[in-house]
Design a protein around this ligand. Structure first.
Ligand SMILES: Cc1ncc(COP(=O)(O)O)c(C=O)c1O
Length: 455
């Protein structure tokens, strides 16, 4: 076998031209979305008032294994894809491990994360439908930034509700969004009914993704020519993010490398779902086996400590009900620094795969995550996003286990983004004033007790 380069690049012609829909290969399909009023399963048409039509169809599509990527989206992908699969030789040396570590780096675009892969697709379908604009929420700010780049490209208006704690911690990310023409409002705001209600109920709240989603949905449904778009959780987003896994697999295949362990951080599940989709597809078809690990923050542990039940996707309870591992839609995660992982639930697809034991999950404390982030930055050069650093932490742990056992496992993890806008968090860590917030069983039981009682 030829020497494996530091960076395995595919050529432009190897960018995927179809997304892979893992649901088609799942024997146990993700549970359907339910109408929050009637409890009945939703059809694509029921989603048209909220989502673009084509995206609603993708949301409901459990059957087509492959969905063609429109040429205009592939052309946009060419500006920043294929993303490299990097062999972390320097990290391996630092850890003195026999393991081979690879990471798929999605931070090499101005938005700084994988979110652009779905943002451009969602903006494309909104444009194609003749809409004026879209509304959304953003946690850490990466999704809002990605969406504002995508909407600027297609000449659409973009209204972003940004979780208040991130709005305050990351003023520069806000300015990037405004530079691309988006309007950014801290959430919960006083400009929507649901925002005013949440502010009244939780005075002084730092906000959460669940609150911001409710506000963005209200803004979309109350304005003519607008629809709501979401950067994670939904099946359509995982579908778009399958480009990550398809490219990663093609790069590994090029050098005859068979991954043993695949690791991704999990907020709403989109990067993890996208990275693992083609590999899980092989598992579902009985072609290969992998150890797949979802990593979540100990402060917001939906897979490892939540329940697998129907719940609202948002705090304001205006969105459809989804069956997922959840901490309860009014769970208010402590203000940890991985804003993109502060979501109470998990993608229905990832939840079903986890429930079927095709993947496993672990949770990690944020000070341990930042220690891993610094180690990685110092040897591999890239300053990782706090979210991505959850995967780094577990990749390091797995590589150190190999040191004990002497196994030369191939460990692949998703490095979803860069942390240049997360320097307040790095500052806290460097000053030794970062805390680890872990919810108590009572906290979780309290919010879970308010989940709707379905079936
Ligand atoms: C850099 C980065 N990684 C990961 C995530 C988590 O989202 P998801 O679980 O949908 O990939 C986010 C979300 O904002 C993010 O910004």
């Amino acid at each position: 076998m030829s020497e494996i380069p530091y960076k395995i690049y595919l050529s432009e012609n190897e960018i995927p031209t179809a997304w892979y829909n893992v649901r088609a290969d799942m024997k146990n399909k993700p549970a359907p979305l339910l109408n929050p009023g009637t409890g009945e399963p939703l059809k694509a048409e029921d989603l048209y008032p909220i989502f673009c039509e084509e995206l609603s169809k993708q949301e409901m599509n459990n059957d087509d294994q492959w969905i063609d990527i429109p040429g205009e989206i592939v052309d946009f992908y060419k500006m920043y894809r294929p993303s490299p699969l990097v062999r972390a030789y320097c990290l391996e040396k630092e850890l003195d491990t026999p393991a081979h570590i690879y990471y798929k780096f999605e931070g090499n675009n101005t938005s700084g994360s994988h979110k652009l892969n779905s943002a451009i697709a969602q903006a494309y379908y909104a444009k194609k439908q003749g809409l004026k604009g879209v509304t959304t929420e953003t946690g850490a700010g990466q999704w809002g930034t990605a969406l504002s780049m995508a909407t600027a490209y297609f000449g659409l208006d973009c209204q972003v509700y940004m979780v208040k704690v991130s709005y305050e911690q990351k003023p520069f990310r806000r300015e990037v969004m405004r530079t691309y023409g988006a309007t950014v409002t801290p959430s919960p705001s006083m400009s929507t009914n649901v925002g005013r209600k949440i502010n009244e109920e939780f005075p002084g709240t730092d906000g959460s993704l669940g609150c911001a989603i409710s506000e963005a949905v209200e803004a979309a449904t109350s304005q003519e020519g607008y629809r709501y778009v979401l950067g994670s959780v939904l099946g359509q987003v995982l579908l778009h993010q399958s480009v990550i896994g398809l490219e990663a697999k093609a790069a590994l295949d090029k050098y005859g490398i068979k991954a043993d362990t695949i690791i991704g951080c999990a907020g709403g599940g989109s990067n993890l779902g996208g990275l693992i989709s083609p590999f899980v597809g092989q598992m579902l078809r009985g072609e290969a086996d992998y150890d797949i690990i979802a990593v979540e923050p100990a402060s917001c542990p939906s897979l490892t400590r939540g329940s697998y039940v129907y719940d609202f996707c948002d705090t304001g309870r205006v969105c459809p009900l989804a069956k997922m591992y959840t901490l309860g839609s009014n769970f208010m995660p402590a203000p940890n620094h991985a804003g993109g992982l502060r979501y109470h639930g998990m993608s229905s697809i990832v939840s079903q795969l986890y429930d079927d034991k095709l993947i496993r999950a672990t949770s990690v404390k944020q000070t341990d995550v930042f220690a891993a982030a610094e180690k990685f930055a110092r040897v591999e050069g890239i300053l990782p996003a706090p979210e991505s650093s959850h995967a780094i932490k577990v990749a390091i742990d797995e590589a150190l286990k190999c040191k004990e056992t002497g196994e030369a496992k191939n460990i692949v993890f998703g490095l979803t983004g860069t942390g240049y806008f997360d320097l307040v968090a790095y500052q806290k860590y460097n000053d030794g004033v970062m805390d680890d917030y872990i919810p108590t069983d009572e906290d979780i039981a309290k919010s879970l007790s308010q989940c709707p009682k379905i079936g």
